[in-house]
Write a protein that binds this ligand. Sequence first.
Ligand SMILES: CSCCC(=O)C(=O)COP(=O)(O)O
Ligand SMILES: [Zn+2]
Length: 221
Amino acid sequence: MAYADILLEQKQAALDDLRGVKELFASRNWFPGTSGNLSVRVGDFTPEEFYFAITASGKDKSVHTPEDYLFVDRNGKPCETTALKPSAETLIHCEIYRKTGCGAIFHVHTIDNNLVSDWYGDQGFVPAKGIELIKAFNIWEEDAAISIPILPNYADIPKIAALVPDALDPAVPGILLRNHGIYAWGRNAFEAKKHLEAFEFIFEYTYRRLLLNAAGSNQAR
Ligand SMILES: CSCCC(=O)C(=O)COP(=O)(O)O
Ligand SMILES: [Zn+2]
């Protein structure tokens, strides 16, 4: 499918999804200092050809303007003539779409995801076990355990993007960059939001669990 074949209504639906999610996440302070980026895919998908709407780079994501989003292709190149620059991290979105065929990807920086990604950074994954919110990933087994991958936070984004395919776990719709933030995805904006919220719950739980464990061992001494 060529970009020109994508209907105006499909593009508008993607922009409406992005606007709603952006407003909600901004109200949670999930875009401090212009950080974070959001994308929603439009039209049909093949790994060789796909298109998505993504936030423009460096914008204040707590306000709405006519210059908040643009459409790009599978290589992260704008589909229409525009002065806007796609997110600096667009290539990471490209790799996630290409490998998973998902419909939406949301990236946020939070204190919890930064702290936990750094704490477990050397081992390369955050372990999570027996937390009810793991069910949000459609994993229903009792006392389920997952590992959330962590990649190094290179300044060179293509270098990070190259690591994405091998790091992905098909059962876990998210990936952390160490001391940077999380990318979470889903079949559509609803599911990507659900997954992101579940990850953030797990990170806050993990952080507080570590504090409680540390307090417990201090008391024992
Ligand atoms: C100001 S935060 C540093 C860049 C970043 O990590 C981010 O998520 C926002 O970059 P963008 O180009 O998408 O605005
Ligand atoms: Zn970022």
